[in-house]
Design a protein around this ligand. Structure first.
Ligand code: ATP
Ligand code: MG
Length: 293
């Protein structure tokens, strides 16, 4: 399996109230944590027992963060990652207030260098937020393609967001992204024609459009501490199900299980479960065991 997307280093700050323009607020907590949508999903998959190849671009400071060892020790293959000499690794500063309102300042760093990646053939390819313009040829080398454009949906010209959809089997988006993409794609009907499966996630679960049917699945009750990485963890669970040929609704439920673990901790790659832990929580939440792996 390959996972394409960003690798980043996140600084997470907690404040009681977000600072307005030209003001400062004292942070009550500061945590440095590995992040990046591609790395988050690849790491979660590795903990579930997969050995994903991460297609990403990192900067000249990559060795200093300890991210590389952490990913490789977990079982993520970084052999195809692009190392840019003239840029830092992508970084984000995420500031969250007492009401879980968040501001994110993000520097893309080496990410545009994903254009230098060469296709790696794989049975499954997941495409997370990153240099979307690099994705179509990388997607062509994969048999099954899942795509989550995430926040890129709003930063980029809509054509860049939509171009990879032609190569996509399963499109994974939240409600806001779905609405924006459907508008740029001449409506939801046309979008549904373009992909086999469209999964729209929200706080309470997912709505799955597949083969002319619409299926609703419930999320997993969780006590949110930090929502960062919920979507990336969710995607790892869905990919685990797809890799094991599960019905898509079971894969979506497994995604909700993995997301529940990460949102109960601060940091996008913290709190992620092993396969056994995920299977147990699935059974607790849904009252049945997940399909066998
Ligand atoms: N408060 C919550 N409690 C339980 N599960 C949640 C909660 N918030 C999110 N999730 C789970 O995480 C999944 C993805 O969350 P969400 O819809 O917020 O995605 P997103 O907005 O794309 O997030 P991200 O910014 O991390 O990509 C949901 O489908 C759900 O399974
Ligand atoms: Mg998302």
């Amino acid at each position: 399996m390959i996972v394409a997307g960003t690798t980043a280093w996140d600084t997470l700050l907690r404040v009681d109230e977000l600072p307005g323009p030209d003001t400062a607020k004292r942070a009550t907590t500061i945590v440095d944590a590995p992040g990046g949508c591609g790395a988050n999903t690849a790491y979660a998959l590795a903990l579930l027992g997969h050995a994903p190849t991460l297609l990403t671009a990192v900067g000249n400071d990559f060795g200093t963060f300890g991210i590389q060892n952490r990913l490789e020790d977990a079982g993520v293959n970084l052999d195809h990652a692009y190392h840019a000499e003239d840029a830092p690794t992508a970084r984000a500063v995420l500031t969250t207030d007492a009401h879980d309102r968040q501001t994110i300042a993000y520097h893309e760093g080496a990410t545009p260098h994903m254009k230098n990646l060469t296709p790696v053939p794989a049975p499954i390819g997941h495409f997370a937020p990153g240099e979307l313009t690099a994705y179509p040829p990388l997607m062509e080398a994969c048999d099954v393609v899942t795509y989550d454009p995430g926040q890129e949906t709003f930063y980029r010209p809509i054509e860049e967001v939509i171009a990879p959809i032609r190569h996509t089997d399963v499109l994974l988006v939240n409600e806001h992204e779905a609405k924006h993409i459907a508008e740029g794609h001449e409506g939801i009907e046309q979008l549904l024609d373009a992909v086999d499966t469209l999964i729209i996630s929200d706080k309470n679960g997912q709505t799955i459009h597949t083969g002319g049917d619409t299926i609703r699945t419930d999320g997993v009750p969780a006590n949110p501490v930090g929502l960062s990485g919920a979507g990336d963890a969710y995607n790892a669970g869905v990919l685990h199900g797809i890799a094991n040929d599960w019905p898509i609704e079971d894969a979506a439920r497994f995604g909700s299980v993995i997301a529940a673990f990460t949102i109960e901790t601060y940091g996008a790659q913290e709190g992620l479960p092993t396969l056994e832990e995920a299977q147990r929580r699935y059974e607790d939440a849904y009252g049945t065991k997940p399909p066998s792996t």
